[in-house]
Ligand binder design. Structure first.
Ligand SMILES: [Fe+2]
Ligand SMILES: [Fe+2]
Length: 315
């Protein structure tokens, strides 16, 4: 078992008892590696290639048996484990999520529908898996393996049922609402895994680096698609939602803006799953900081997504 922390790892300098500012530096270092404008751009531009020839992003080999408790840095192990359990509960069951998304996408963009949820026969048999599903379905097992490696026990899980496909007004409006939830979930996963990379080292950190790269990959693709299909409105709606979340307004106070209220609820539910209430102020601050910094990167990148550029990718 590793008895000593390395001086430096994939998130920069390692501090055994990091302060907020030290963790902040590690978060920034991960941002600079994985969320540069060039990388975000490349992840989106990869989409037409994936439509033609879907290939899951390969993970670097992980030596699972070398994961140990000493690789959790600056965060209480109990809280860390509860975050892993919460993450598994939002990652699984992936099949439900992919099929709901596929149904909302099908009338609007069949190629993205296939990318997300594959091809399904009339009788509901899966003929082909979607690329998104192929990548996402590795996440819950990877987190469970990590948990077992850290504790010697299987986690006790309580996954919630994914929302089923419920078309309401017209396919465009339905997809608009559904897509916002999907993007918020991917964005939150990016922020969560990014922060966990800052609080881990060694093989354990490598697991979160792989999860993070997959989630960035999906977030950029869904985000780009959302901006192409609903220019302007997506950004302002998301910004509104985060404004409310950050100022701690609750959904009951904003019930007149239905989609935003739903989004705020989605977000609060996710934070509940992660047992946010038991976190220290320092840890809450770190996550909020991560949310703002990732948002800032997305915002800057979004500015470069001209209608002509997006048209090229999605038409
Ligand atoms: Fe995931
Ligand atoms: Fe995801």
């Amino acid at each position: 078992m590793l008895s000593r922390l390395p001086d430096i790892d994939s998130a920069g300098k390692v501090y055994p008892h990091p302060s907020f500012f030290e963790t902040k530096d590690r978060i920034e270092s991960v941002l600079d590696q994985y969320l540069t404008l060039e990388k975000l751009r490349a992840r989106l531009e990869d989409l037409p290639v994936q439509f033609e020839n879907p290939q899951p992003r390969l993970w670097q080999p992980i030596h699972w048996q070398t994961i140990n408790q000493k690789q959790v840095v600056g965060i209480d192990l109990k809280i860390f484990l509860s975050i892993i359990v919460g993450a598994v509960n939002t990652e699984a069951p992936i099949r439900g999520y992919t099929q709901t998304s596929r149904q909302y996408l099908e009338p609007i963009h069949p190629q993205l529908a296939r990318f997300v949820g594959g091809v399904v026969a009339e009788d509901g048999t899966m003929l082909e898996l979607g690329l998104w599903e192929k990548e996402e379905r590795q996440h819950a097992p990877a987190l469970i393996k990590t948990y077992i490696q850290l504790t010697g026990n299987k986690p006790i899980l309580s996954p919630h049922a994914p929302k089923s496909y419920k078309p309401l007004n017209n396919p465009g409006d339905d997809l608009y609402r559904h897509g916002l939830h999907r993007i918020i979930t991917e964005y939150s996963a990016v922020c969560l895994y990014l922060r966990l990379m800052a609080h881990t080292t060694g093989t354990l950190q490598q697991v979160f680096a792989e999860l993070l790269q997959d989630e960035i990959n999906h977030m950029t693709k869904f985000w780009g698609f959302g901006i192409w299909l609903f220019p302007e409105s997506y950004l302002s709606r998301m910004a509104g939602t985060f404004g409310q979340i950050l100022t701690r307004q609750h959904s009951t106070q904003v019930s007149h803006i239905q989609p935003t209220a739903h989004l705020t609820r989605t977000f609060h539910r996710m934070m509940g799953v992660l047992d946010w209430n038991s976190w220290s102020w320092n840890h809450k601050l770190e996550l909020v900081y991560t949310f703002i910094r990732v948002w800032h990167r997305l915002w800057r990148w979004s500015g470069s997504l001209t209608p002509e550029y997006l048209q090229q990718l999605f038409q």
